[in-house]
Design a protein around this ligand. Sequence first.
Ligand code: FAD
Length: 469
Amino acid sequence: MAEILSSTRVPVLISGAGPVGLSLAIELAYHGIRCLVVEQTDGSVDFPTTNLANTRTVEHLRRWGIADKMRFESGYPTDYPRNYLFITRMDGYEIARFDHPANGDPNSRSPYSPEGRLWISKPYFDPVLHRHITTLATVEVRYKTALEEFQQDSHKVTCKIVDVESGRDEMIAADYLAGCDGGKSNVRRALGIQYQGVFSQGLNVAVLFRSPFLKSISYGPAVMYQIVNGQINGTIAAVDGKELWRLNIRNVKQEQIDDLNAPEKLRHALGQNIPFELLDVRPWTGHCVVAEKYQEGRVFLAGDAAHLNWPTGGFGMNTGVGDAVDIGWKLAAILQGWGGARLLDSYTAERKPIAMINVNEAAEMRANFDNQTPFSPKIEEDSEEGNQLREKPVARSCAHARKSFSMTPPASSSDIATRTRRSASPTARQRRSSTTVSTCRRLGPECARPMSGSRTAARRSTCSGRGSR
Ligand SMILES: Cc1cc2nc3c(=O)[nH]c(=O)nc-3n(C[C@H](O)[C@H](O)[C@H](O)COP(=O)(O)OP(=O)(O)OC[C@H]3O[C@@H](n4cnc5c(N)ncnc54)[C@H](O)[C@@H]3O)c2cc1C
């Protein structure tokens, strides 16, 4: 790019208005720093991925004054229970369940925080951030505008942005540039920064479908149904708490991707009797990678631009929001003159190790679950062998779900129910609906410990089935 004198100067230019770019803009505004966000799309969410905002993310939302907006005014039902079920299929056997109160229930708050995690899919999460941004005088967002290229010197980053409809370009001089532009980040590529780790650990297919009937099945409403049978390894996640769902099919072979029969796969998960309308099918690949560094001079990476992980555990966006907050306050400190000369260098040092823990944790949880769960036709048999197979995933389920959902320590000995029977009776349903706090009863006291941040500790505390009977 030729040296051009830009007409406009901003303290920070953010490329990408996904959840991470928006979070950075809000954090900068919180500190009184102006920024310009450019987003190549119109900002609408075209496919629901993110499900879970963790407690730390919700604490940031609270500081920004929008935690209750997210919880009560996003449009996602406040009374939909966040239950997590392991079943052979929708009309099959229940293997294990973890019951959790709804987003709007006061009991959903963490015992360690004034906030708690929220089940909220991207079509609900992102718009709350977009709407909040419109109230912030220091943030300008330009949709359908792409960052095309940039160059930096010791004083500024000169950015060429382009209106994607008219093709008109404009030069912007920014004190700092943040690449929050997702997994295909142009900013990261332009800096020559590589992802390090293991790419393409598995092919998967996400299937969006509509079925208002699903939440009325005998197992009751849940935000996640993990399906374990001989035909499919998949998770059905609630998108709108009403009728939209996403089936995520794991471990699809490359040769199956092109002519994947999505309706047939849905039948493998739903059984034969639940009507559905297929809406969209998106293949995606699971990676376990982190950028070698997060900064080059005046340019920074955050979110998926800096790390890619399996969705297991819901780490992706949450790790990215943590990046945004970290670089946000540090840029504010430098721009306002109260940060030390080397403060910005601490960004990679602080955030990269966290991403490495999280991408590894997500990959490990996914691999453990896939490798140790018996995806066998026999798991649906009404026999002693079938019973034993249905018992087997319970141990993994406990560890997996407890990690994914950061199970809180029990208030009492009430706990998860592990069942291996077909279709629940009304009595059983009533019994389940009274269960709100979840731990794994098969583990005894060890399983009831709160999760440690240490991976070693986490491994030690996996469900062994001890104390079960
Ligand atoms: C099935 C699935 C389930 C998931 N569940 C969870 C979960 O429960 N919890 C969780 O934390 N994470 C989850 N994730 C991960 C999460 O979706 C991502 O980590 C998150 O969306 C990353 O946010 P981001 O803002 O970094 O990137 P993105 O959301 O990809 O946003 C990047 C934005 O940058 C824009 N852009 C790109 N290039 C340019 C350019 N040159 N100029 C202007 N704009 C540009 C793009 O249009 C896009 O809007 C899940 C992912 C999948 C696949």
